[in-house]
Design a protein around this ligand. Structure first.
Ligand code: F6P
Length: 368
């Protein structure tokens, strides 16, 4: 280890918030190793996302704490979906409780002697980070999520691992669908974006891929499946993003759609499976992959991305370049302003090359 380099940041806190994903520990290790070994920074590990900072559930991080964690799934810090700026349902809706939480974060940030808060999270976490920056805290964000839906980065860590798991599941469904001459619908996560379903669907050779960005018409799906049957293909795999919606749903107001979805089954896969069976008469089954996609060891690609983003975050800390999110931009690691507009997610653009790729290999995307 060479001589320590100079650093504007002396002490920082680190937390992981929102849903977990493979690669979080690799990113924690990347940030902490570079920050500690290169710049001699002090690190405060914050448990369970923003909740840990509200409740001062923290511990001083020593090198042993961030050693041996590169390949581990989940997050050694724990995570929660605590949103300090959002009024809790059980709490005081006039804003007092919200104010208390933000004030606790500010007080503890000061009490712990933090120069910066490093937040590893998705859109919600980065938005909270941005709002905390507006409250006077120094914040740096890292983009994690299996959904790949963060504006400003070309890829998030967690996505590649979930893609591999989703692809393997589709591969495995092929043999059982073939044995029983069935249609099998598999639902993948992705929140309001179709990245995971589109990429896993193409990688696994899905015959139909339904994503939220392209509302589906059950008749178009039915025709496609019937054409396959006529050409001698006795089974089909339908890959569905959890946010997929019909053309009728797409026309609904938000609250009406929410109500409709709540009343129509535990998940979209079951609903679409019964719609297919009704439309075509083909025997259809549904599978929801669920949290399998977020568990377990990160892929090599996610380890590399998470490590690179982590060490880049340490460089920003050292330079005192706060209010930024590290990002993959093209083939380079860079950073963008931490200014995630609330509710804005990166969805699949209609002209994305993967849409044309899927169509070119004969995949039905749910509309004619
Ligand atoms: O954002 C990651 C994600 O796994 C989404 O794909 C999914 O919609 C959501 O989290 C599930 O959230 P929770 O962990 O709160 O059930």
């Amino acid at each position: 280890m060479g001589a320590l380099r100079s650093s504007v940041t002396k002490t920082f806190g680190i937390l992981t918030a929102g849903g977990d994903c493979p690669g979080l520990n690799a990113a924690i290790r990347g940030v902490c190793r570079a920050a500690h070994d290169r710049y001699g920074m002090q690190i405060v590990g914050i448990a369970e996302g923003f909740r840990g900072l509200i409740e001062e559930n923290v511990r001083i991080f020593k090198p042993v704490d961030f050693s041996g964690i590169l390949t581990r799934g989940g997050t050694i810090l724990g995570a929660s979906r605590e949103k300090p700026f959002k009024a809790s349902l059980s709490g005081d809706l006039d804003g007092d409780i919200v104010g208390d939480k933000v004030q606790s974060i500010k007080d503890n940030y000061k009490k712990l002697g933090l120069d910066c808060l490093v937040v590893l999270g998705g859109n919600g976490t980065n938005t909270t980070g941005y709002r905390l920056a507006g409250e006077g805290l120094n914040v740096i964000g890292l983009p994690k999520t299996i959904d790949n839906d963060i504006v400003g980065t070309d890829r998030t860590f967690g996505f590649h691992s979930a893609l591999s798991i989703g692809t393997e599941a589709i591969d495995r469904l092929h043999s059982t669908a073939q044995s029983h001459s069935r249609v099998i619908v598999i639902e993948l996560m992705g929140h309001k974006a179709g990245w995971l379903a589109l990429y896993a669907g193409v990688a696994g050779g899905g015959d139909v891929i339904l994503i939220p960005e392209i509302p589906y018409d059950i008749k178009a799906i039915g025709h496609h499946l019937e054409d396959r049957a006529k050409s001698g293909k006795t089974f089909s795999i339908v890959v569905v993003a959890e946010g997929a919606l019909s053309q009728a749903e797409a026309k609904m107001e938000k609250h009406e759609r929410k109500k409709y979805r709540a009343e129509n089954g535990p998940s979209v896969a079951y609903r679409i499976a019964s719609e297919i069976q009704e439309e075509t008469g083909m025997e259809t089954r549904a599978t929801v992959l669920g949290y399998m996609q977020r568990g377990g060891i990160p892929s090599a690609s996610d380890r590399v991305l998470a490590t690179s983003l982590g060490t880049a975050a340490a460089d920003l800390l050292a330079k005192g370049k706060y209010g930024r999110m590290v990002a993959l931009v093209g083939n380079d690691i860079d950073s963008v302003e931490l200014s995630v507009p609330e509710g804005k997610v990166k969805t699949v653009p209609k002209d994305h090359y993967m849409i044309d790729t899927a169509i070119a290999v004969g995949t039905c995307l749910g509309s004619d």
